[in-house]
Design a protein around this ligand. Sequence first.
Ligand code: 5RP
Length: 222
Amino acid sequence: MNAKKIAAEHAVTLVESGMVVGLGTGSTAYWAIEKIGERVKSGKLKIRAIATSNRSEEQALSLGIPIITFADIDQIDITIDGADEADHALNLIKGGGGALLREKIVASNSRKMIVIADERKLVRHLGKFPLPVETNIFGWEKTFQRLESLGCIPTLRMEGERPYITDNNNYIIDCSFGEISDPPALHDRINAIVGVVENGLFIGLASKLIAGCDDGQVKILP
Ligand code: 5RP
């Protein structure tokens, strides 16, 4: 069974008419957007949504999900998004799909952030997955060196022959730290580097994790 789809469809049961919904990015969030689209199309669900990437926005619009902006609302009611890794305190690494900046803006402006993932994304310690850091293009070489001086092996994310460019016209540097012993401290040290726009550590933002299993079950934390 598709563990990502199972987690995503379970999360969508939490979405109610009248809500403003944050739509995540990635192959797990894809299934949540499909399911929301199906419920919207049936006429049983009336929501408005803010997407975390151009890709997710296009998918939502193609399914008839109304897209709004932050100018239209005070707060998002619920955001459903994937993760690259999650620990048991619900600290996350995100940004494997390159959308971490918008994902963090959306998550920090949401009453609830529901994380959906294949159960294999749940780890004891974050850090096996290289931490994505979105950086300004100007001076990126220096930002790269400063990240390296924090003790990681940095790699500029590429798309074919060229550097990968985010929806916000920035680069991403993927930083292999190995096991991250103190995620909040590392989060702050990275964001203190001039040239860093945002990093993929999501600390204290997730309200719930719904992990899908191959046997069709879900594990829910907390
Ligand atoms: C995109 C993300 C994704 O949520 C993360 O990469 C997980 O992706 P997937 O659901 O495809 O495994 O942070 O920036």
